[in-house]
Design a protein around this ligand. Structure first.
Ligand code: KG4
Ligand code: ZN
Length: 336
């Protein structure tokens, strides 16, 4: 098989997404991409509500897949396989995506390819450019915060992770405390632009400890204490957001620095929704430069949850002969 064309489906959190991708000579071409975000449904609650997410995926998944297929100009029979996120993630959404993918695979006689959502993120920089292995990946989103050494397809080594909240979750929690809206990251970043990042001394947890683990829960607690103790003016809010954002950027860049010290490659990749943050990007850019490496950040739409990365992981797996005969029997793995 020289070219492989895959439909990818992503439903593990709060985006319902489908994409058709062709992999040819190791290069990925995205033929179509559709995303339906549920941000509005979850906004009143300040976070993703699993039951609401599952219902929204169930309502819209068929339609999103249909649009992606139509826009690719291909018929189901012209695909080489159907890949769907099969974990980790919220069980209701994962089930919807898998069932949709399995039904299409069964109806067309094409292979069903279960994809690990984290493998999708790990491979996402390869969607846009010729990002050769190995690279050091910092995956920072609302659900994940980890360093992964990526040596090739299926060759991932997790070197460190948050021991409590993810960095995106920390942004979301501060935004909730300050009533800035959801998702919190962009709101905090906006408020921080007019703030003084040296105003509030906030903790940098675990920084004196060896290894690459991170912790962000203490930061939220410290911010909550400040918010309870004072009646904050708009300027105070801006200062708190700036100080908080600086603390997260410092923690991530200190860990990235240590990760790059031990790494023999010359690429640092940042993926996940938090990669959109300019202060964090600049801090990581400086780290990469210090190590003679380049910082690679996929375009935002491929940093956040998307189906193109799931299709790519599926195509690479199919090309490498890594899809089991009985893949239709694969069951959802919320903690995969
Ligand atoms: O990757 P993503 O879309 O979904 C998952 O969590 O898997 O990431 C969403 C997270 C949210 O926590 C959001 O607050 C954060 O990424 N985020 C940001 C920014 N944009 C999104 N955090 C900081 N600064 C931003 N500009
Ligand atoms: Zn994700």
């Amino acid at each position: 098989m020289s070219a492989i064309t895959i439909l990818g489906i992503e439903t593990s959190c709060d985006e319902t997404a489908a994409a058709v991708l062709r992999l040819e000579d190791g290069r990925a071409a995205i033929l179509s991409e559709t995303v339906r975000s549920q941000v509005e449904e979850h906004a009143p609650y300040g976070g993703v509500v699993p039951e609401i997410a599952a219902r929204a995926h169930a309502d819209i998944a068929d339609r999103v897949v249909e649009v992606a297929l139509k826009e690719s100009g291909l018929a189901l029979s012209e695909l080489d396989g159907i890949a769907a996120t099969s974990g980790p993630g919220l069980i209701g959404g994962v089930m919807v995506g898998m069932m949709t993918g399995k039904a299409m695979a069964l109806a067309s006689g094409k292979p069903f390819i279960p994809v690990n959502h984290l493998e999708g993120h790990a491979l996402s920089p390869r969607l846009a450019e010729d990002c050769a292995f190995p690279y050091m990946l910092l995956l920072v989103s609302g659900g994940h915060c980890q360093f992964i050494r990526v040596d090739g397809l299926g060759a991932y080594q997790r070197l460190g992770t948050t021991i409590d909240d993810a960095a995106g979750e920390a942004f979301d929690k501060l935004a909730k405390l300050l009533n800035l809206g959801f998702p919190g990251g962009p709101a905090v970043e906006r408020a921080a632009t007019s703030g003084d990042e040296t105003r509030y001394p906030l903790p940098r947890p675990l920084m004196d400890r060896d290894g690459l683990d991170m912790s962000f829960a203490g930061l939220k607690t410290a911010a909550a204490r400040i918010i309870e103790a004072e009646d904050l003016s708009d300027q105070d809010v801006a200062d708190l957001c700036a100080s908080y954002q600086r603390a997260i950027a410092d923690c991530l860049s200190a860990r990235a620095d240590r990760a790059m010290e031990r790494f023999d490659g010359d690429r640092l990749v940042v993926a996940g929704g938090v990669a959109a943050n300019q202060t964090i990007r600049a801090a990581l850019d400086a780290v990469a430069a210090r190590h003679g490496a380049s910082l690679i950040a996929p375009p935002l739409k491929h940093c956040t949850d998307n189906a193109a990365m799931i299709a790519l992981a599926g195509a690479e797996r199919l090309a490498a002969g890594l899809v089991a005969e009985d893949s239709l029997a694969f069951t959802a793995r919320p903690r995969w």
